[in-house]
Write a protein that binds this ligand. Structure first.
Ligand SMILES: *Cc1c(COP(=O)(O)O)cnc(C)c1O
Length: 383
């Protein structure tokens, strides 16, 4: 069994994938080009935004968005304390200061109430300018965008949606993941809900000006031709082979994979809800289930469950073991200390989650037998 079985997906989609890849290989155009443009159009249409700008990976996508907004030194950017490192790394690489916000223990996503408090604390300290919020659609589930959007508006901040894990999710009557931020990003890292055969990423926005700027920034800040450089940018382009793979996988995701992972989640919910804490999906929200993450009562219990699963050949993983504010690079950062030491300590829910969460196998090709084995093993361990 695998946490996310990419070779089973390959077997299921093999003829279409191989045809698409060979077509690019024989076509002679390997970076950007027609296939990449077709992908960008399809993605923009599916998500429901005006512009999709593909790029080299999700981390670059975050950086490009912050570059387009001119985020830099002296700016505070609010980031969830419970996320993959790249979310905070991109902010710090631009010279801005990530300010960590606690998450909700039921959804794992940014807690709007704690965000309010952190903004007020930051304003009182008066050292940094509150510039943007990065909300992460963690494990596939959209963050609480209605609440986060109104806070962004109240404090005149930009809202960046890190949907690296969230592609395919949605909020009823509001829209699909990657349409909630002023700019949204996703990642096509192989294990994400929409993954390619290497690195890839994309940005989404309705804003024409930012879209034009992002198209320039991803190719060394080019002007109307590539040997006139208007600004400093990155080399962050998508390969045609990855776009061809993504076109095939996008169809599978929307045709049946999204339904399949939600079916797996339902089976886990009904078999496990009595003995562990299962992830909560608020009314009207749809997750694309990048991970199915349970919570145990204690770290000790979590470690025992993980050991028993392993003994039965079932992989599991701890996403994530360390809160962002405890990562050595941030814990020792002088700028963070200046902004307010106490503030960086105040994410108790994240600390609790890091000690008790466990992600179990989740992908569209899990069989009922495998799901039963996972659930029975957890039951046997805890009873
Ligand atoms: C994977 C991930 C990223 C980075 O994406 P890459 O394509 O690996 O650079 C950023 N944010 C989150 C939340 C992620 O899970």
């Amino acid at each position: 069994m695998q946490l996310r079985d990419l070779s089973r997906q390959y077997q299921a989609l093999r003829p279409a994938l191989e045809e698409a890849i060979l077509k690019v290989a024989s076509g002679g155009s390997y970076i950007m080009g027609d296939v990449v443009e077709e992908l960008e159009q399809r993605l923009a249409q599916y998500v429901g935004v005006k512009h999709c700008i593909s790029c080299g990976n999700g981390t670059d996508a975050l950086r490009l968005a912050l570059m387009a907004w001119g985020v830099g030194e002296g700016d505070a950017v609010f980031v969830p304390d419970f996320t993959f490192f790249a979310t905070a790394e991109a902010v710090a690489l631009q010279g801005a200061t990530p300010v960590f916000v606690d998450v909700r223990e039921d959804t794992f996503n940014m807690d709007a109430r704690d965000l309010q408090q952190k903004i007020l604390q930051l304003e009182r300290a008066g050292v940094l300018h509150p510039k943007a919020i990065v909300a992460v659609d963690l494990f596939g589930q959209p963050a609480a965008f209605p609440a986060l959007r109104s806070i962004a508006r109240q404090y005149d901040m930009l809202l960046l949606e890190d949907s690296a894990q969230g592609f395919g999710g949605s909020i009823k009557e509001i829209g699909r993941a990657c349409s909630f931020g002023d700019i949204a990003i996703t990642s096509f890292f192989p294990a994400k809900p929409l993954g390619c055969f290497g690195d890839g990423g994309a940005l989404f926005t309705d804003n024409d000006g930012w879209a034009a700027l992002l198209r320039s920034l991803r190719v060394h800040g080019k002007g109307s031709d590539k040997y006139h450089n208007m600004r400093l940018g990155l080399n962050s382009r998508l390969d045609a082979i990855q776009a061809a793979v993504l076109l095939v996988k996008l169809k599978a995701l929307t045709d049946y994979e999204l339904a399949a992972v939600n079916d797996v989640a339902k089976q886990y919910d009904s078999a496990l809800a009595e003995i562990v804490m299962c992830p909560a999906v608020p009314e009207g929200y749809l997750s694309s289930w990048a991970q199915y993450t349970i919570r145990l009562r204690t770290s000790y219990q979590r470690d025992i469950v993980q050991q028993h699963l392993k003994a039965h050949g079932i992989p599991s993983a701890i996403y994530y073991p360390v809160p962002m504010h405890r990562q050595p690079v941030f814990a020792n950062d002088n700028l963070l200390r200046r902004s307010d030491v106490a503030m960086q300590e105040g994410c108790p829910v994240t600390s609790q989650l890091c000690g008790t969460v466990l992600s179990i196998p989740m992908h569209p090709y899990l069989t009922s037998e495998e799901i039963s084995l996972v659930c029975e093993t957890i039951h046997a361990t805890l009873s």
